[in-house]
Design a protein around this ligand. Structure first.
Ligand code: PLP
Length: 398
């Protein structure tokens, strides 16, 4: 074994312990394109695990746009955007995103993770306070920690508690409230109008992460902020190009000075190589599709509502889901794993979500509905679950 001594042996012990607690994860390899049908380790599954909500990740129009740009602009970006400038494709994408989001400006990061992390740490620092929903995405959690601002976690969606926290932190230099708009493990929406009211009442910045909602919610597909009519009350909006838009990368949009500040101060932007031009071109093609075919998101959300109804009728606990993300909360990690494994035997891929992604005893199967799931695929899922409903359901804390 490489290495000089036994200094890394603790890892083997930790891994064994994770395995004992049903929390060890492994990696599989899929063949070909990711889509509603996935070929994993030699077997075909109907795939309810991807965040490819509009089924654009393997769309030929995105691939064509990327291929043309690969020919024109090459593969890599070569450097951080501040050092050699950013590519024509990336500059066009940022202008296009600002137009799409109806904001003054937009800035593209190498990932949504980097966008959240870098933006929070650029907006607040020592002497400031940040207020974060307890179920926010890991990239927000890490951004809060990295910022070195005082971090106040509020119970999920609890605006009364948030208000108490705001009342008691009036002496902070700057304050920031941050929330996902659509929560990735529960599929529920943040109370954005209430958050906006608190932000204005307490002169606090408000940042919303639309990672799962960009392209899916809102009349123009801008997300939950648009759907709830609060877009103009959100100071900082984050989205990803990697989920419904089927490409990769993250972005922040808002007023021009915000973008100028971030490109000077957000470390993952300043110190990371820019998003490759071909990926930017794919994202552009995706935005065209999102704009020109609103029926795609309408159909998806309509079918998601139907699916939730049918799951509830089968006796499943879908928690607070109000979107294309539908959890089946079963409790123990072992139970979620067992259910997922049995569905897989029947050719249905629905991953078990376990701690630390969700709280202890709130393990679940997470079903992500995508536009490419047809009636037969959904029927197959329901049939597989019907057969499993005989297994008693663990009472859930949700
Ligand atoms: C996936 C996700 C991100 C990260 O986006 P990537 O582009 O995949 O890095 C950020 N926020 C939320 C809520 C997410 O679910």
């Amino acid at each position: 074994m490489p290495g000089n001594n036994d200094a890394l042996d603790w890892i083997d012990a930790e891994l064994a312990e994770l395995a004992d607690r049903d929390l060890l994860r492994g990696l599989r390899t899929y063949a070909g394109r990711p889509g509603a049908v996935l070929r994993l380790d030699g077997r075909e599954y109907v795939n309810f695990g991807s965040n490819d909500y509009l089924s654009l990740a393997a769309d030929a129009r995105l691939a064509r746009a990327a291929a043309q740009t690969l020919d024109l602009e090459g593969c890599g970006s070569g450097a951080s955007p501040l050092v050699v400038g950013h590519s024509t494709a990336l500059a066009r994408l940022e202008a296009r995103l600002a137009e799409f989001e109806a904001t003054e400006a937009a800035l593209v990061f190498p990932s949504g993770f980097a966008a959240n992390q870098g933006t929070i740490a650029a907006l607040v620092g020592p002497g400031d306070a940040v207020f974060s929903d307890e179920l926010n995405h890991a990239s927000i959690v890490d951004g809060c920690r990295l910022s070195r601002a005082a971090v106040h976690i509020f119970p999920h969606g609890d605006c009364a508690r948030l208000e108490e926290q705001l009342r008691s932190t009036g002496s902070a230099r700057r304050r920031l409230i941050v929330s996902d708009s659509l929560f990735s493990m529960d599929g529920d929406l943040a109370p954005l109008a209430d958050l906006a009211n608190l932000a204005s009442r307490y002169s606090t910045m408000l940042m919303v992460d639309e990672a799962h909602a960009t392209g899916v919610f809102g009349r123009h597909g801008r997300g939950v902020c648009e759907a709830l009519g609060v877009e103009n009350r959100i100071d900082v909006r984050v989205g990803t190009l990697s989920k419904a838009l089927g490409a990769a990368g993250g972005f922040v949009c808002g007023r021009r000075s915000l973008v100028e500040w971030l490109l000077n101060r957000a470390r993952p932007y300043v110190f990371s190589t820019a998003l490759p031009p071909a990926i930017a071109a794919a994202a552009m093609a995706s935005l065209d599709i999102v704009e020109s075919t609103p029926s795609r998101r309408g159909e998806l959300l309509g079918r998601a509502a139907q699916l939730r109804e049918r799951l509830v009728a089968q006796g499943w606990n879908v928690g607070r889901s109000d979107s294309q993300i539908v959890p089946l909360v079963v409790g123990a990690a072992a139970r979620a794993l067992e259910l997922s494994a049995r569905l897989a035997e029947g050719g249905v891929w629905a991953p078990a979500i376990r701690p630390p992604s969700v709280p202890e005893n709130a393990s679940r199967l997470r079903i992500c509905l995508c536009h490419g799931h047809d009636d037969a695929m959904i029927a197959k899922l329901l049939e597989a679950l019907q057969a499993k409903a005989a297994v008693p359901c663990h009472p859930s804390p949700l």
